[in-house]
Design a protein around this ligand. Structure first.
Ligand code: TRP
Ligand code: CA
Ligand code: ZN
Length: 333
């Protein structure tokens, strides 16, 4: 708890310092005279984050829908559709160059699994983590909740690795099990960390429901130690041409355990069972007085229960945040 604001501050300081650090690194290498990358290869740390193609995110979602269809209609803890979802993500991230591991834990519905994926490289003492839950409720396939967060993270992880960003920070993705049973996977992970390991996580950003059919564009506003991360997300929505609003998440997703452990947290969210207000409908379009997601936790949370524009904006904003938070400069492309 005590050191959380220190870590938030040092992440910020690290980001601010990156431009000068990379200049120094080039200068040192040149002075030493070895065959190093020319300065042009490292010309800037201000490389724009990629525009994530939402069709590629939707393709991952279609795989998750097929997995549910082939396994009794859901991807719930203890059911084969959850295991198949873990296998799908692990295969993708292994192929992309991540070191993946499965963390097992027990629940009242049987064994569940977290998938943790580290991209080799970067400063592990300053790890940026992005995550979301991979399980669905038993009632349906969980396409918006939380296929969208999972699919966006898969695509962003693949893109990050493929572009080989020369980021200062180490990057770790997490796909949590048993969120729907009470945030069990993320809680288990945080409890499994030594205090040293916990202190190496500079930030944890959570993505749970990104393509609600009557969407809001919400930024988590419950972590006083991470207002800088929150403001980065707000600014990135603005840069993408979308106004955002704060949501008091009220401990309802997987960043809660991180926040309690003093790790700065953030996230975006497109809305669940609550009703869109008139002012929000004026700002964002859609239907006032209707739920952001009328199929929340229901059988109808399928591929028809999606706003792909909201999913696209969120995927682009998350990618921009990751590139910014890791101060990645993309190598010669
Ligand atoms: N999976 C979350 C839940 O069932 C969905 C949710 C509701 C949520 N409100 C939220 C996620 C606010 C993030 C922020 O509780
Ligand atoms: Ca896009
Ligand atoms: Zn849910």
């Amino acid at each position: 708890m005590r050191s959380s604001s220190t870590r938030a501050t040092s992440l910020r300081a690290g980001l601010a310092g990156l431009a000068s650090i990379s200049v120094l690194a080039v200068a040192t290498a040149t002075a030493a005279g070895p065959a190093v990358a020319t300065p042009a290869d490292h010309a800037t740390s201000e490389v724009a984050a990629p525009d994530i193609n939402v069709d590629d995110v939707v393709a991952h979602l279609e795989e998750l829908q097929s997995i549910a269809d082939a396994n009794g209609g859901n991807r719930n803890t203890g059911e084969p559709g959850y295991q198949a979802s873990v296998d799908y993500v692990q295969t993708k991230l292994d192929a992309a160059g991540y070191e993946t591991r499965i963390q097992e834990f027990e629940t009242a519905q049987g064994t569940s699994y977290n998938l943790i994926a580290d991209l080799p490289g970067g400063d592990e003492a300053s790890t940026v983590m992005l995550g979301g839950h991979l399980d669905s409720v038993g009632a349906g396939p969980g396409i918006n909740d939380n296929g969208t967060g999972s699919a966006a993270l898969i695509e962003i992880a693949e893109t990050y690795a493929a572009q080989n960003p020369d980021g200062a920070q180490h990057v770790r993705f997490a796909f949590w099990g048993a969120e729907e049973l009470g945030l069990l996977g993320s809680t288990h992970y945080v409890e499994s960390l030594s205090s040293d390991e916990a202190s190496q996580i500079s930030a944890y950003a959570n993505f749970d429901m990104l393509g609600s059919p009557n969407p809001g564009y919400f930024v988590y506003d419950d972590d006083p130690s991470a207002t800088d991360l929150r403001d980065d997300l707000t600014e990135l929505y603005t840069a993408a041409g979308t106004e955002s609003a704060y949501v008091d998440v009220d401990g309802r997703s997987d960043h809660a355990a991180f926040m309690q452990a003093g790790i700065p947290t953030a996230g975006t969210f497109s809305g669940a069972e609550e009703l869109k207000t008139k002012a929000e409908a004026e700002m964002w379009g859609g239907e006032a007085g209707a739920a952001y997601d009328p199929c929340y936790h229901s059988a109808c949370d399928t591929m028809d229960n999606l706003d792909t524009e909201a999913l696209d904006v969120n995927a682009d904003v998350i990618a921009a945040a990751l590139w910014q938070w890791t101060a990645g400069s993309t190598k010669s492309q």
